[in-house]
Design a protein around this ligand. Structure first.
Ligand code: GAP
Length: 513
């Protein structure tokens, strides 16, 4: 097993054992690509959602929130293009009977050339140290140029084939590139077919009185159809944004890799409405704002990169992904799309209602353009868990497993522990919890040795352990131990709220934005 696969397996095991993520309906052997979040998982997920929501809605005067229904009028999905164009190109391997997305097979093939380039760059850095000119090397090194040319050629071919809807050509490209089934090595492929990803169900309980409706495949359309309701009721002036978080559903073909690709997942989307012609400036603005948001989160700046889309979606005039270095390599975490006026115009056409903005400065009506930022909460959760998951060898040679979750996002912020279960220590510990619990999620823990309790808290990512001992009863001081450095300090009980506020509050993250 490759080390990355091994890491993902260990994360999945850890997530289950410690109550972060369980397979859905597990007593019935689970349902593929659906997961339930356990007690610590739901806390982490809420904190991640909160960080996003506050950064969007609280910190930006010109962004407001919305919570639209999952079910929408079926014509919504005609207008958005999802009924006709929300397809994935599928290919089956005849020997293994495994099904793949043709575009993913090709992207994974391209990734091999990218890895070669990065290896050459890393060699250069190692050999020449500070005097290494990376920009110059990338622009002139023959190996790098050859691999980059190969990437450009394959991307170009794939883009043209998809634009021409030439699925036979896509199959030929896969064969010509010698792409094999990643699991078995077989190159015996079926034809490529398109497969619609929306889940369909019926509205109405009386036979013959029903109509097909869909589970929304993205939250964005709830924002578009409410554009005027929100703009008028909140008296918003362009440029302004509408933010929403909520469940989305896609009948994904390849649903492996844990919570990376699910059939039911949560999105956090923000549609930013701008004056036509200014959209590409705003697109750049949101690219920088979003990468900054990620970097401040604290999962390691080296774990992010941008990937510009080769094949633009039917609605976009510019688009990129923010990719994260997951255990299975760099993959899409967030999408930033300049969606033009496609959606609003199309809803105008299909509904017969105007979705225009009167610009009080220019005294004109127009359909705004839209720049969208769209991130999957579950993917963000996986990114956080995988960056946080660390096996550490300590100075004395022993090992510990620690989840270095950024402090403000940790499910439990402090564990309060009486050294012994007697002599009034538990009561003192409870007093401390009562003081802290209004602002911070705390846990009381009195079982086992202090060492074992520390390890248990490390494994769920609790940043602080507060130990109450006999001296605490006399001097009102406690020992506070920090998760990552394992440093211990004696502090006054009355200072705990302000210490915690400085170290673990969401405000600490938001202030850096
Ligand atoms: N409204 C635009 C839109 O939905 P997308 O790139 O299809 O764009 C946005 O999806 C984000 O939603 C992705 O970057 C990813 O984080 C998340 N996402 C998409 N499909 C997902 C799935 N099957 N499971 C988990 N997250 C998913």
């Amino acid at each position: 097993m490759k080390p990355q696969e091994d890491k993902l397996k260990r994360i999945i095991g850890h997530a289950k054992e410690y109550g972060f993520v369980f397979p859905s309906s597990e007593i019935y052997d689970g349902l593929s690509a659906t997961y339930d979040y356990g007690p610590y998982g739901v806390e982490l997920k809420n904190n991640l959602r909160n960080y996003w929501w506050q950064a969007m809605v609280k910190l930006n005067e010109n962004i407001v929130g919305l919570d639209a229904a999952i079910f929408m009028h079926p014509t919504t999905w005609k207008a958005s293009g999802h009924v006709d164009a929300f397809n994935d190109p599928l290919i089956d391997n005849k020997d293994s009977k495994k099904r793949y997305r043709a575009d993913v097979l090709i992207e994974d093939h391209i990734e091999k050339y990218r890895v070669k380039i990065e290896k050459d760059v890393a060699k250069g850095i190692k050999r020449f140290g500070d005097s290494f000119d990376e920009v110059q090397f990338r622009a002139t090194n023959p190996n790098v140029l050859r691999n980059q040319a190969k990437i450009d050629e394959i991307e170009g071919q794939f883009k043209s084939l998809m634009e021409a809807e030439d699925l036979a050509g896509v199959k030929k490209l896969i064969e010509d590139l010698g792409i094999a089934d990643p699991e078995t090595g077989s190159k015996n492929w079926t034809d490529v077919r398109q497969f619609n990803l929306m889940f369909k169900t019926e509205l109405g309980s009386v036979a013959g009185d029903s109509s097909d409706i869909y589970l929304r495949p993205e939250t964005a359309q709830g924002i578009f159809v409410n554009f005027l309701n929100v703009q008028k009721s909140s008296r918003m002036k362009i440029p302004f944004g509408i933010a929403q978080t909520g469940k989305a559903f896609r009948n994904e073909i390849i649903a492996r890799q844990f919570i990376f690709r699910m059939r039911e997942f949560e999105q956090m989307e923000m549609q930013f409405f701008v004056k036509p012609g200014t959209e590409l400036e705003w697109y750049e603005h949101w690219k920088s704002a979003r990468i900054k948001w990620h970097e401040i989160l604290g999962l390691g700046e080296e774990n992010y990169r941008f990937h510009d889309h080769v094949k633009l979606a039917h609605y976009a005039n510019a688009a990129c992904d923010i990719e994260f270095n997951f255990p299975m390599g760099f993959k899409e975490l967030e999408g930033i799309h300049s969606r033009t006026d496609f959606d609003l115009k199309s809803h105008e056409e299909f509904s017969g209602k105007k979705l225009q903005y009167f610009d009080p400065e220019d005294k004109e009506n127009y359909v705004p353009y839209v720049v969208e930022t769209s991130i999957g909460l579950d993917r963000l959760f996986l990114a956080t868990l995988s960056a946080a998951f660390v096996d550490e060898t300590l100075e004395d040679g022993s090992t510990r497993m620690v989840l270095r979750i950024p402090h403000a996002l940790a499910p439990v912020k402090a564990a309060v522990m009486p050294l012994l279960k007697k002599d009034g220590l538990p009561e003192k510990a409870r007093e401390i919890i009562d003081r802290l619990k209004i602002d911070f999620n705390c846990q009381y823990d009195e079982k086992d040795s202090i060492g074992k309790r520390y390890r248990r808290q490390d494994a769920i990512g609790t940043p602080y352990c507060i130990t109450v001992d006999h001296d605490s009863l006399e001097d009102n001081m406690v020992t506070i131990r920090e998760r990552d450095s394992m440093k211990q300090e004696r502090v006054a009980i009355e200072d705990l709220p302000s210490i915690m506020n400085q170290k673990v509050s969401m405000a600490q993250l938001l202030q850096k934005l």
